[in-house]
Design a protein around this ligand. Structure first.
Ligand code: SAH
Length: 338
C-alpha cells in the first residue's frame, strides 16, 4: 500500500471511525431511511415523523450527508443515496443496530482485556457466554437473528450462484438462523428438501423468512443443540458462520455430529460458508481480520485459514475438497466424508 499523503490525518480518520458507526446506528434507530423511502423530506418533517428533536436531527442528517448516505436537494430536503437506502429496517438496518449497540459495542471496548488476559471480553462483561445471553434475553436474541439475516441476505445469492445445491436431495442448514440462506438454497434447488436446525428460540422465530420465500412447504423446522446431534438423513450439511463462533474442540464435536447425520450416499458433502483467511494478510483483507477480532470479542471462535479448516475437518472424518470463491468476503469450503 502506498504511503498516505498525510499519515497523521489518516490515523486520525481511523481513531475517530467510531463516530460513523454511531451516526448510522442512531439514524437506523430513529427510522430515518424508512421515512425517506417514500420520498425526500425536510429535517422538520423528518423530526416529526421520527419522534426526534429537530435541531439535533438536523445535525445528524448533515453528518449522514457527509458520509454519503443522504443527498441534500437545492430546497434543503434530504433524500437517500443508494448506500443510504441500505439503512432501511428491511435491508441492513438490523446490522447497524447490532454493531452499534450493546453487547457488541461494549465487548469491543473490552478488547484490551482480551489482549491483556486472554479472556473473552463478552464473558468478562456479562459473566456468561454469548449464546446463553441470547437465550436469556429473547429481544436481543431476536435482534441478533435479524442482524445475521440482513448480512446473510446480502450474500446468499452470491453463495447459491457460485455453488450448485441442485444435486442434493436433503439439505440441513445447521445453526441456520432465521432461514435466510436455506431459503435461497431451496429456491436455487427446486427438487431439494431442507431442514432448518437451530436452538429452539431461533427456530420459533424462523417461519416468516421461509414462508415469504415460498419454501416453507419443503422445509422441516427442527430445534436442538448441534453439539449433541444434527437431524439425520441428509446428503448436504451446511454450516454458515458456525465454526467461526467456536474453539477447535467444539468445532470438532459439531463436525462429528454432522458426519453422523449424513447419509452414505455418493456425493454427500459438508458445505462450510466462512471467511477464509490467507496465510499472509494485507490491507485488502481488512474485513476478514476485523471479523476475526469480532469473534474474539464476542465468542470463543476465530476466522481460519484453508489449512486450518483442512486440519479441523481431518480430525472429524472429512477431507477438504475445494474452496470456492463467491465474489464476496465469504467462500464455500466443501468437504467429503471419509
Ligand atoms: N447460519 C446463520 C446464523 C449464524 S449465527 C447465518 O450465517 O446467518 C450462529 C447461529 O448458531 C445462531 O443462529 C445460533 O442460534 C446458532 N447456535 C448457537 N449455538 C447453537 C447450538 N448449541 N445448537 C444449535 N445452534 C446453535
Amino acid at each position: 500500500m502506498s504511503a498516505p499523503e498525510n499519515p497523521r490525518a489518516r490515523l486520525l480518520e481511523l481513531i475517530v471511525a467510531f463516530r460513523q458507526t454511531q451516526c448510522v446506528r442512531v439514524a437506523v434507530e430513529f427510522g430515518v431511511a424508512d421515512q425517506l423511502a417514500s420520498g425526500p423530506a425536510a429535517s422538520a418533517e423528518l423530526a416529526a415523523a421520527c419522534g426526534a428533536q429537530e435541531p439535533f436531527l438536523r445535525r445528524l442528517l448533515r453528518a449522514l450527508t457527509g458520509l454519503g448516505l443522504l443527498d441534500q436537494d437545492d430546497d434543503g430536503r434530504y433524500r437517500l443515496t443508494m448506500v443510504g437506502e441500505q439503512m432501511r429496517s428491511d435491508r441492513m438496518g438490523p446490522a447497524a443496530l447490532f454493531f452499534g449497540c450493546d453487547p457488541v459495542w461494549s465487548a469491543w471496548g473490552g478488547l484490551d482485556h482480551a489482549v491483556r488476559t486472554g479472556e473473552r471480553p463478552f464473558d468478562h462483561l456479562y459473566g456468561i457466554r454469548v449464546w446463553e445471553y441470547y437465550a436469556a434475553n429473547p429481544d436481543e436474541g431476536g435482534r441478533f437473528d435479524a442482524a445475521m439475516a440482513s448480512i446473510t441476505g446480502g450474500l446468499a445469492e452470491a453463495v447459491v450462484s457460485s455453488y450448485d445445491f441442485s444435486r442434493y436431495g436433503r439439505v440441513v442448514d445447521v445453526g441456520g438462523g432465521d432461514g435466510t440462506l436455506l431459503a435461497a438454497i431451496l429456491r436455487s434447488a427446486p427438487s431439494a428438501r431442507g431442514v432448518l436446525f437451530d436452538v429452539p428460540a431461533v427456530v420459533d422465530r424462523a417461519q416468516p423468512a421461509l414462508e415469504s420465500a415460498g419454501v416453507l412447504d419443503r422445509t422441516d423446522l427442527v430445534s436442538g443443540d448441534f453439539r449433541s446431534a444434527v437431524p439425520p438423513g441428509v446428503d448436504c450439511c451446511v454450516l454458515k458462520w458456525i465454526l467461526h463462533d467456536w474453539e477447535d474442540d467444539v468445532c470438532a464435536t459439531i463436525l462429528r455430529r454432522c458426519r453422523e447425520a449424513m447419509t452414505s450416499a455418493d456425493g454427500a458433502k459438508l458445505v462450510v460458508v466462512e471467511r477464509v483467511l490467507p496465510e499472509r494478510v494485507g490491507p485488502e483483507h481488512l474485513d476478514l481480520v476485523l471479523s476475526d477480532l469480532n469473534m474474539t470479542a464476542m465468542t470463543s471462535g476465530r476466522e481460519r485459514t484453508e489449512a486450518e479448516f483442512a486440519e479441523l475437518f481431518a480430525g472429524a472424518g472429512f477431507r477438504l475438497d475445494r474452496v470456492v470463491p463467491t465474489g464476496t468476503n465469504v467462500s464455500v469450503v466443501e468437504a467429503t466424508p471419509v
